[in-house]
Design a binder for this molecule. Structure first.
Ligand code: EPZ
Length: 423
């Protein structure tokens, strides 16, 4: 397994280009199952999760050519509908093939995604919605067996909780259903919006894009003529690099982004005393005279994203005062806390609330372990300001969602190298 060795206390400088959004690319790759033609996709992030989903689609019968951030994919040749455990266990977002496979073929078997470090991650809301659309769902030997007699039927779906991939799965199922589907309490993340826009551009009648009520006229199992598209920039990668600039008190320019997708993140950085200069497709962050403490409650978009919670916790260890972070979405998304404490941070947990006493506290380099994707990036941020060296182990978590992280940080002046653990 690889690890990252980071030597802290170096200012960063320069600019970094942000890659395409992993969480937009995943549903969009799954949506190619609904397409009547080959599609050219650009700005695809080069991360493990994308390769995993491409491996799954190829196993089902898709063919594709990929070079760097460009992909030509043809899923019209899919002739299998079983997503096996060995692939799904490595990436829960594989559940995103359930809706499109069922809508197109009338049957599919998808391994139940396990939980992960941040929580139990159920998919009950996905399944309940598909049953309302006429699917017969059976759970057997760890697999979801889904069948329909004829096309899925349009229905009115009210989500008890806002679910990003749940909304995406039902949007894709509804696309090929017979009749109208109304999704109430839909997720509004930019990644959900792009999926809806790509389907609209493929001729689907869809209203309420970006709102919490989406209305879709199904095509009655007619595959859709997709147009080529480019993946939107990754707002979480962008937020992570803004935090890298903030925690090292550097002037940093984050390029190739959509600033409007970062409002909640920018607002909290400004609350902490940082200055951000916004241009059409970039943001420059400038140092704070003194980093102020902050209170954060994670919530669905457009509120403060749970995927930025760990990164802001690392930043809060350097604030002059007490910060409070309340993680409302996942029951176990504080795995980074014990690792930050090992680096000298003063953090106490009480249920879903973390209290961080910054001073600006001196953090100390040591060996730490990555536990999940965003926790890993928080450890990298802390290591950038810790004294001496920090070794971050199990960084396969990072590789799932950050495209060339150490290369991008090295280009900004960080001292970060990847090593191989002795066997
Ligand atoms: C998506 O996960 C993202 N993943 C996550 O990003 C992100 O943290 C999360 O949304 C919240 O923004 C992708 O888009 C691939 P949810 P998802 O369904 O869809 C509960 C990352 O770092 N729930 O919106 O799985 C659930 O337990 C990843 O890139 C049910 O109870 O999240 C959670 O408490 C991590 N039943 C809440 O809803 C269900 O059927 C929100 O989960 C579905 C969800």
């Amino acid at each position: 397994m690889d690890y990252l060795k980071v030597t802290g206390k170096k200012n960063l400088t320069g600019s970094v280009k942000i890659s395409g959004a992993k969480n937009a690319a995943l549903p969009l790759l799954a949506s190619t199952i609904l397409s009547s033609n080959k599609i050219n996709i650009s700005n695809l992030p080069n991360v493990v999760d994308i390769n995993t989903l491409l491996e799954l689609l190829e196993m089902l019968g898709s063919t594709y050519n990929k070079s760097d951030d460009f992909l030509a994919i043809d899923s019209t040749s899919i002739d299998k509908t079983k997503a096996t455990y060995d692939i799904v266990k490595t990436m829960r977002a594989s559940i995103l093939v359930l809706g499109p496979l069922l809508a197109r073929f009338g049957h599919c078997e998808v391994s139940l995604p396990g939980g992960c470090a941040i929580g139990q991650r159920p998919v009950d809301l996905h399944l309940k919605a598909l049953e309302q659309m006429g699917a017969n769902i059976e759970i057997k030997n760890g697999y979801i067996l889904a069948t329909t007699n004829g096309p899925l039927q349009g229905a009115t779906i009210v989500f008890d909780k806002i679910t990003v991939t749940g909304t995406e799965n039902i949007v894709m199922a509804a696309a090929l259903a017979q009749g109208t589907t109304t999704i109430i309490n839909a997720a509004k993340e930019p990644e959900v919006v792009q999926l809806c826009e790509v389907l609209r551009d493929a001729g689907l009648k869809i209203q309420g894009i970006g709102s919490d009520e989406i209305i879709i006229e199904g095509s009655n199992q007619e595959l859709l003529p997709f147009k080529d598209f480019s993946i939107i920039p990754d707002r979480i990668e962008a937020g992570t690099y803004l935090c890298a600039g903030a925690i090292t008190n550097s002037i940093l320019k984050i390029q190739d982004i959509i600033p409007e997708h970062l409002e909640a993140i920018l607002s909290k950085l400004e609350e902490m005393g940082f200055i951000t200069v916004r241009e059409e497709t970039s943001i420059t962050i400038l140092p704070a005279n003194k980093i102020k403490p902050v209170n954060i409650v994670t919530t669905e978009y457009p509120g403060f994203p749970t995927d930025m919670q760990a990164q802001f916790m690392a930043l809060a260890t350097m604030a002059d005062g007490v910060s409070i972070i309340d993680e409302k979405l996942f029951e176990n998304r504080f795995m980074h806390v014990s690792e930050l404490i090992r680096m000298g941070a003063d953090i106490t947990l009480n249920g879903t609330v973390a209290t961080i006493k910054g001073t600006p506290k001196q953090l100390y380099g040591t060996d730490v372990m990555a536990t999940d994707l965003r926790a890993s990036s928080a450890l990298v941020l802390a290591a950038l300001v810790a004294n001496q060296e920090t070794n971050i182990h199990r960084i396969y978590h990072l590789d799932r969602g950050y495209d060339r992280l150490e290369e991008k940080l090295t280009n900004l002046g960080a001292n970060i190298v990847r090593g191989k653990e002795e066997q």
